[in-house]
Design a protein around this ligand. Structure first.
Ligand code: C2E
Ligand code: MG
Ligand code: MG
Length: 439
């Protein structure tokens, strides 16, 4: 092969250029690989590995590290109801809001499905303020697939002392986050060594509850509901009771929420329904049973109820299911279809704790309820405060406008009973007429 000098230089240039391009490409893919290894694909945030590496490095330097560990409230529900596409969309919007709330943060990471972390380096009093601005970002509802979704965030805060390991700091922030969840959700809690004991206890409670359900140790009591006119018992509400071998009676709010978080609620709910139907079968009054969100969205719900009715011989037309408004409105169309299916069997549906959720009246109108039950909080202050009576009357008027009969719950005094009867309630429930009692 012969080449003129000019040509040789040209070919040489091409080779050099090609090689350089090759090296550049190699470098690029190396950075991309590094980038991918420490990033979460969906949100582009740093991942758990990157957070731990960075935390290790920071803890080796001077100054305090503050770690905020966060878990979304209500994300699992949304994912179940709207599907994973909507869930992904939601996580990306959460990421945008976190970035907006934390411009000065050292690192924002997604550490698990719906868990996030923010690392704040050095600042003395920054973490609480940062938590507040994150919470503020969650005040506005999220819009997914055209629906408004209310989402909260529970935040745990841990600050480093000398000698702390990254893993220990992460654990403490996680424990604090759990305390924020247990303390009502959508709030922030700072780590405190006393919380460790609480966390252990809750884990043990979950195991004990699982065992109690398996051994059929969850009991039920019945509270009478009377008609407002003659004040005779027309219905009873079944309420679950659990007596723990060491701790005694556990409040239903506590064990129901443990059951909901751990998925035990489906088995527990079925057991309560079966016991209630068995014990109340030969009475002449109606029977009301509470239903949790996780049970409501469970695909097997209708089937389970039919099975229980068949096995116990309890007539469907005497059964009422009490459900609360919050979760129905997240997806009114799907909720409506489930309610129709339940009502087709002859069961009636009662909207429980009315007035406490963020219900939009317009949506409620679209859902087929048979009755609403006004929350106790509206009845409680009737004796002291005339404004409270007005409010209670206004709530009953909403029920009338929806053409639904109204029950008042938590009636403790004759005056409360009178005000609610005059307001138009057709049924009353409360200690004035009877406490929850065994069959
Ligand atoms: P809820 O369905 O709104 O039940 C009414 C609650 O108010 C009951 O509390 C009842 O004992 C209480 N109550 C009734 N009358 C009065 C009164 O005059 N004054 C006062 N201060 N309280 C009154 P309980 O039994 O502690 O249940 C609390 C909540 O736990 C229930 O609220 C319900 O949401 C939930 N729950 C109880 N049993 C079950 C169950 O089997 N399944 C589900 N999913 N939830 C349940
Ligand atoms: Mg109820
Ligand atoms: Mg209620």
């Amino acid at each position: 092969l012969t080449m003129k000098p000019g040509e040789a230089i040209r070919v040489g240039n091409v080779i050099v250029r090609r090689t350089r391009r090759g090296i550049d490409a190699l470098r690029l893919s190396e950075t991309r690989a590094q980038h991918l290894a420490c990033r979460d694909m969906l949100t582009g945030l740093f991942n758990r590995r990157a957070l731990l590496d960075h935390l290790h490095a920071c803890l080796a330097t001077e100054g305090r590290q503050h770690l905020l560990y966060m878990d979304l409230d209500g994300f699992k529900d949304t994912n179940d109801v709207y599907g994973h596409g909507a869930g992904d969309e939601l996580l990306r919007e959460v990421t945008r809001r976190l970035n907006r709330a934390c411009p000065g943060a050292d690192m924002v990471a997604r550490v698990g499905g719906d868990e996030f972390a923010v690392l704040l380096h050095g600042a003395e009093e920054g973490p609480t303020e940062l938590a507040q601005s994150i919470l503020a970002q969650f005040e506005a509802p999220f819009i997914v697939g055209g629906y408004r979704v209310a989402l909260g965030i529970s935040i745990g805060i841990a600050s480093s002392a000398t000698g702390d390991s990254a893993e220990e700091l992460l654990r403490r922030a996680d424990v604090a986050m759990f305390a924020a969840k247990a303390g009502g959700k959508n709030c922030a809690r700072a780590y405190d060594p006393a919380l460790d004991a609480g966390r252990e206890m809750r884990k043990r409670m979950e195991q004990d509850l699982r065992q109690a359900i398996e051994r059929r140790e969850i009991g039920i009591v019945f509270q009478p509901i009377v008609d407002a006119g003659r004040q005779r018992i027309v219905c009873v509400e079944a309420l679950a009771r659990w007596s723990h071998p060491d701790h005694g009676a556990v409040p239903p709010q506590t064990f129901i929420s443990i059951a909901e978080e751990s998925g035990l609620i489906v088995a527990l709910g079925r057991d309560v329904l079966a016991q209630a139907c068995e014990q109340a079968r030969d009475w002449t009054v109606d029977l009301a049973v509470n239903l949790s969100p996780a049970q409501f969205w469970d695909r097997g719900l209708c089937h389970t109820i039919r099975e229980v009715l068949e096995a116990t011989g309890f007539p469907a037309h005497r059964l009422e299911l009490e459900i609360t408004e919050g979760y129905l409105l997240r997806r009114p169309d799907a909720a409506g279809a489930i309610l129709d299916q339940l009502r087709a069997t002859g069961i009636r549906i009662v909207l429980d704790d009315f007035g406490t959720g963020f219900a939009s009246i317009g949506y409620l109108q679209r859902l087929p309820f048979d009755r609403i039950k006004i929350d106790r909080s509206f009845i409680k202050d009737i004796d002291e405060d005339s404004g409270a009576s007005e409010l209670a009357r206004a709530i009953v008027a909403i029920g009338d406008a929806l053409r639904l009969p109204v029950t008042a719950e938590g009636v403790e005094t004759p005056r409360q009973a009178m005000v609610m009867r005059q307001a138009g309630c057709t049924r009353l429930q409360g200690w004035l007429f009877g406490r929850p009692m065994d069959a």
